[in-house]
Write a protein that binds this ligand. Sequence first.
Ligand code: SAM
Length: 408
Amino acid sequence: MLIHDDCLRGMRALEKETVDMIYLDPPFFTQRQQAARDSKGNIYSFSDVWDSRQAYLSFLKERLLEMHRVLKSTGSVFLHCDTSSSHYIRMLLDEVFGEDHFRSEIIWTYKRWSNSKKGLLAAHQTIFFYSKSKDLKFHTIYGAYSPTTNLDQILQERARNEMGKASYKRDESGAVVMAKEKRGVPLTDVWDIPFLNPKAKERVGYPTQKPIELLQRILRISTDEGDLVLDPFCGSGTALVAAKLMKRDFIGIDTSADAIKLCQERLSDPIKTESTLLRVGTAPYQTKTPAELAILNQFECDIVQRNRGIDAFLKKYYLGAPVAIKIQKETETLQEAISLLYMAGMKKRCSFTVLIRQNAEMSLADAAVPANMIVIDSNRLEVEENLESRSLVSHKSRTLEAQRPFTR
Ligand SMILES: C[S@@+](CC[C@H](N)C(=O)[O-])C[C@H]1O[C@@H](n2cnc3c(N)ncnc32)[C@H](O)[C@@H]1O
């Protein structure tokens, strides 16, 4: 169900204790008019400008009280905000839902690329998770162990010793006790979920649109199929689309007619961007072999993944432009490596490029090297070549020695 109205009125029309979960992503008190454009050039906007912080907090409190009323006793609320007001909002939530019903402060973190002004680049938003009572519905999600987890910690039972320290449990005979099968690491309160990129399929151009993946995670931990989800500030309807995809019922409320229209369109054809990064993790993006990493780590550089022409850029610029580094691959001739680096360096407007030669199939003197390219040998190649030439010399001198007439 979609309601085009102020959510205060919209919620007053709902029966008490009928909703299983509420997600709200209200204006954050940014004191800005939020606006964005879709791919067809339509502009969407909503106001986040307030007379005072007090006016903003009173607005929110009035609506939170209504949310508390419509929520079932097993229900939870997830309030999305950022540093503009999170410190005040947490106190409001304590007041309305009770300090004892605080469950988590979820940090949604994402990568951002920006030249930050003086200070730290903001790369997270906060989602406060409160329940209506202690008897909340909650499903634990388990994730994979990190590759650095000690295997013994997964396989062996642990116990506290007399000093209260955790150690591996042993039976009477002193043998280690194997642990029961584990399901993985329970989900933490820091969620690394990519922000919607400008070309994401699910992006509809609504300002501050959130990713469906984020909403699905909230729904997974707090609801079951058939549950009723309420989003009183639904905007483009991300929470509603997530609910529909996961077979939950939903109510979305928004004061903006544009937002309600977008919700209708999205709900009639729900599209979710599949994030490859989330599905396969970061490992496949790291394509460098340990040997290549060892070479690159000799330089102060930023490593580039999945690029045939460039493996890294020096951190320091020369002549006001970047310097690209490439390691010759086993499968590349020297001339191929030179031209791949040359082309990639041109594209990235590099002042210089550096090629690290890895095999001696062709002499450097025979190669056509551009004037702004430095070719150096990898340490391995240099040592191998040095050893080869010395072996040759000593083999020759040993042969000469052997041919010398025997004298006494
Ligand atoms: C941050 S946006 C929500 C974005 C949404 N989560 C999404 O992914 O598209 C906040 C929304 O709250 C709506 N809004 C502001 N005041 C409202 C009110 N009193 N009642 C209902 N909606 C309101 C705005 O129109 C805007 O669409």
